[in-house]
Design a protein around this ligand. Structure first.
Ligand code: GLN
Length: 212
C-alpha cells in the first residue's frame, strides 16, 4: 500500500517511520503528480496556515479534493485536522472543506500549555494522546463519528473516508492509530482493485465482441 504523506511542513518523518514500521510504503507528496499513484494521504501536524498556503501554491488542494471524491482515505492529525474542517472558527485561512466539523485553533493555549492525556479510543483502547497547540472540535454535523474524547470534546473523529485526530500519535511508539487508518485504506483498495478488475473484464469483453 502506498501511503502519501503531505510533505510541505510538519511531522513528515515521524509519520513515514510509523508507516514503514507497519510494512506499508510511505510516499512524500509535494506536487499534484505525486498523488497519482497513492492509496491514501496523511496530512501531518505543523502550522495549518503555512501548510494551507503551500498546498494552494502547488495546487495540491484541488488534487486532494479530487482524490477524496474518488473515495481515497485521508488522515489529518492536528494541523491536518484543521485543514480538513469545513469551518475554522475565528480565522480565515485556506482549507480543504471536507469534514463536517467546526474547529477552533490553539484552544488549549500556547506551546507551553501542550500536554499529554490518557485517552480511551473506540476499537483501539487506552492510548496516550500528545496534544501540541492543539485545536478543539467545537461541533460536528451530519455523519461524523466520535472515536475518542477529552474533557467532553471530540479528539478523534471519523467520517466516511476521513479520519482526524487533534493529537499526535506519530510522536509515540504506539502504531495503533495508524493501523486503524491502514484498515480503512485496505477496504478502499479492495473496492478499487475490484472495480479495476470489472472494468478490465468489460474492456476485454468489448474487445472480444468486436472480433466476433
Ligand atoms: N496550532 C497549529 C495550527 O493552528 C496546529 C499545531 C499542530 O499541528 N501541532 O495550525
Amino acid at each position: 500500500m502506498k501511503i502519501g504523506i503531505l510533505a510541505l511542513q510538519g511531522s513528515i518523518r515521524e509519520h513515514s517511520n510509523i508507516i514503514k514500521k507497519l510494512e506499508a510504503n510511505p510516499v512524500k507528496v509535494k506536487f499534484p503528480e505525486d498523488m497519482e499513484d497513492i492509496d491514501a494521504l496523511i496530512i501531518p501536524g505543523g502550522e495549518s496556515t503555512t501548510i494551507g498556503a503551500l498546498m494552494k501554491k502547488y495546487r495540491l488542494d484541488k488534487a486532494i479534493k479530487e482524490k477524496h471524491k474518488q473515495g481515497m482515505p485521508i488522515y489529518g492529525s492536528c494541523a491536518g485536522a484543521i485543514l480538513l474542517a469545513k469551518e475554522i472558527l475565528d480565522n480565515r485561512q485556506i482549507k480543504l472543506d471536507l469534514m463536517d466539523i467546526s474547529i477552533k485553533r490553539n484552544e488549549y493555549g500556547r506551546q507551553i500549555n501542550s500536554f499529554e492525556a490518557d485517552l480511551s479510543i473506540k476499537d483501539i483502547g487506552d492510548f496516550k494522546g500528545i496534544f501540541i497547540r492543539a485545536p478543539v472540535i467545537k461541533s460536528f454535523f451530519n455523519g461524523a463519528e466520535i472515536l475518542a474524547e477529552h474533557r467532553n470534546c471530540p479528539v478523534m473523529v471519523k467520517q466516511d473516508n476521513i479520519l482526524l485526530t487533534t493529537f499526535h500519535p506519530e510522536l509515540t511508539n504506539d502504531t495503533r492509530v495508524h493501523e486503524y487508518f491502514l484498515e480503512m485504506v485496505k477496504e478502499y483498495k479492495e473496492v478499487k482493485d475490484m472495480q479495476r478488475g470489472i472494468e478490465k473484464e468489460k474492456g476485454q469483453e468489448m474487445g472480444l465482441k468486436r472480433f466476433v
